[in-house]
Design a protein around this ligand. Structure first.
Ligand SMILES: Cc1cc2nc3c(=O)[nH]c(=O)nc-3n(C[C@H](O)[C@H](O)[C@H](O)COP(=O)(O)OP(=O)(O)OC[C@H]3O[C@@H](n4cnc5c(N)ncnc54)[C@H](O)[C@@H]3O)c2cc1C
Length: 330
């Protein structure tokens, strides 16, 4: 049997997991990633960013033998800790049954562990600093931009699997002529998000309940905080881009502190770098992408966010992306 070779675009969460699944089936793969090797470069914010890993995602990690390793570095979250405006807290358990909870994991830690595991297999090769610009459905050529040399490169694939996230270049090629009658919709929310930080206490202790996903729900906006293994929490503020109570109104330190004092007063003492973090960290956009079909005649396939990006409130984007890989493997 001819040994099949697959080109994977994007070494994020689903691309790295997919490489392991392919290697286990003895399918050689080359993975082209736009960014540098995250094992050698500081992460964007320099601080840990986490995700809720649930049963769907764990099922895939179990199949590749990495569930125990990842869960040993995760913080279980048994419920939502609701922070009322007066500072009162209430835990709403995720389940009445023991053993049913979600887990807070480090995005970078998980991604790095998957890349390291994938690299153990012969036939798996990661190429960093290579951004896919286009895929030609007639010639099977992938056009890449090499960020180190500035040069354009081309590689030919039998099959391309796109795990290049919400802005997928391969999906764009499907949309712009690669696939006839390709359905595509992109819907932005009026809200964006910003990551903030609660450091651990002086002795490395958690300064909020460790085993919970904290939520400061304020009707049209909210802040959440997920625990990290080192005792810190990563907070995410979800807020409209424009209008009353919006990022557009929080343009200086006074406006920011007044907004926090009114809405998240109990969190302020826990956030010594609130002002620096708020003005240094980018404001992200949130949206939903739907498209169809996800494959183009065996030449190209979309997986993960490239096929179905969704807003983070469900905590399902990564989990669904891992499930994509698990079902493809099956
Ligand atoms: C604020 C926020 C919180 C979230 N919380 C959760 C959560 O709690 N639980 C959960 O399950 N999901 C969560 N998600 C969703 C989750 O992050 C995504 O669903 C998941 O990262 C999708 O994985 P992916 O591998 O498909 O894409 P990505 O993780 O986006 O990876 C894509 C990779 O492709 C690379 N790339 C992009 N373009 C190119 C190109 N042209 N050429 C080459 N490489 C390219 C990127 O650099 C990246 O490495 C959250 C998302 C956000 C924004």
């Amino acid at each position: 049997m001819k040994k099949q070779k697959v080109i994977v675009i994007g070494a994020g969460l689903s691309g790295s997991l997919l490489a392991i699944y392919l290697a286990k089936k003895n399918i050689a793969c080359e993975i082209y990633e736009a960014r540098g090797d995250m094992r050698k470069e500081a992460t964007a914010a320099g601080r840990s960013i986490n995700l809720a890993l649930s049963d769907r995602g764990i099922a895939a990690l179990r199949e590749i033998g990495m569930d125990e390793y990842m869960l040993s570095e995760a913080v279980p979250m048994h419920g939502r800790m609701i922070h009322a405006i007066d500072g009162a807290t209430k835990l709403l358990p995720y389940s009445g049954r023991p053993g049913e909870y979600i887990n807070s994991v480090s995005r970078a830690g998980l991604n790095i562990a998957l890349i390291n595991e994938a690299e153990k297999y012969e036939g798996v090769k990661f190429h960093f600093n290579r951004r896919c610009a286009d895929f030609d459905f007639k010639t099977n050529e992938v056009s890449l931009a090499n960020a180190q040399t500035g040069e354009a490169e081309k590689v030919v694939a039998e099959t391309v699997i796109a795990t290049d996230g919400a802005g997928s270049a391969v999906r764009n090629a499907m949309l712009h002529g690669g696939v006839p009658r390709f359905d595509f919709s992109q819907k932005w929310l009026a809200h964006g998000y910003k990551e903030l930080h609660i450091p651990p206490g002086a002795n490395g202790e958690f300064r909020l309940e460790k085993n919970a996903l904290h939520i400061w729900a304020r009707r049209s906006f909210m802040m959440i905080a997920l625990p990290n293994f080192d005792g810190s929490f990563t907070c995410t503020l979800f807020l409209a881009h424009e209008g009353e109570n919006s990022f557009g109104r929080l343009l200086d330190e006074n406006a920011l502190l007044e907004f926090f004092e009114t809405n998240f007063a109990d969190a302020i003492p826990l956030m010594p770098t609130l002002v620096e973090d708020f003005f240094a960290n980018p404001t992200g956009n949130l949206g939903t992408i739907k498209c169809y079909p996800w494959n183009a005649g065996g030449k190209a396939l979309l997986l993960g966010d490239s096929a179905h990006a969704l807003v983070p409130f469900y905590g399902q984007g990564m989990n669904a992306s891992f499930e994509d890989c698990r079902i493809l493997n099956r």
